[in-house]
Design a binder for this molecule. Structure first.
Ligand SMILES: [Zn+2]
Length: 277
């Protein structure tokens, strides 16, 4: 599942490729992709609009259109965009199609069917159900060491679960949460309100560090316009992970074997020595 850096890459790539272009016609091929509107409404609200700006909020992509609507997109497990020539046959699992000027089209393809789209009024986008409760952006001033401390002190859930809660800390998923906890030397099972101030401060910096490094990596990677999925795995980014997906491999700091445990149904990776409870 793409996390903040990957979604940032998708938003930036789309911005380069389609910002300023006009959607001649939009069609929703799989109704459940946009459960809040009918295919007719999808077509009438988007067709004829010019794409003004493409940005990111948390793990959502925001496509602002000139007629006052914003299309909110969440890629979830496998959603991706393809920019192709208009004549090419639609690939399997095409769930939405945007016919663009210049005889091209932007296709949303989603093999796992978890992707999500919603059209909202741009002026009220930040109040939408998807965005209203999101925690501050990790690189904003609002997200501070003090903010993180307050959030941690008010929860007895494990620090891992808290870091994945987008209403508390925004942008992290399983990968970058594991990496940030490793750098901060925090065991993922530790209750959030038992994390010391020293470790909380370290965690604040490490969250920004891991995200910043991944965003920077994204800026160097070449994205195929016919496969805009924001995946770093094919770009070799997994070689840089300290603990994520490295069960039984040596910790880069102390050479102890990395352990994997299940938390809320998902794998957590950590060094049992560096990240003692
Ligand atoms: Zn270690």
């Amino acid at each position: 599942m793409p996390e903040l850096p990957e979604v940032e890459l998708v938003a930036k790539t789309l911005s380069k490729l389609v910002a300023g272009r006009r959607i001649r016609f939009a069609s929703l091929l799989r109704q459940r992709l946009a459960p809040h509107c009918s295919p007719e409404e999808f077509a009438s609200r988007l067709s004829g609009s010019q794409i003004e700006k493409i940005s990111r909020r948390g793990k959502h992509i925001l496509i602002d259109l000139d007629r006052g609507s914003t299309l909110i997109v969440h890629l979830r497990m496998s959603g991706k965009f393809l920019l192709t020539d208009a004549e090419i046959e639609l690939p399997k699992f095409s769930h939405a199609v945007f016919e663009l000027d210049g005889d091209q089209r932007l296709v949303f393809v989603d093999q796992r069917h978890f992707g999500f789209m919603r059209i909202v009024d741009s002026a009220a986008a930040s109040n939408s159900q998807e965005l209203a409760k999101l925690a501050p952006e990790p690189f904003s001033d609002e997200f501070s060491a003090q903010y993180l401390k307050n959030v941690l002190q008010n929860s007895s859930r494990s620090i891992k679960e808290l870091l994945l809660d987008q209403t508390k800390v925004c942008g992290l998923g399983n990968i970058y949460a594991a990496e940030a906890m490793f750098l901060a030397r925090i065991n993922p099972l530790t209750p959030a309100n038992r994390v010391s101030t020293v470790k909380t401060n370290r965690l604040f910096s490490s969250i920004r560090d891991v995200l910043r490094e991944a965003v920077a990596f994204g800026e160097t990677s070449k994205v195929d316009p016919e496969n805009i999925d924001g995946s770093y795995f094919s770009g070799g980014f997994e070689d840089r992970w300290f603990v994520y997906d490295r069960e039984n491999k040596p910790c880069p700091r102390c050479k102890t074997m990395i352990k994997r445990t299940k938390q809320a149904g998902r794998s957590s990776y950590f060094c049992p020595k560096c990240q003692r409870r």
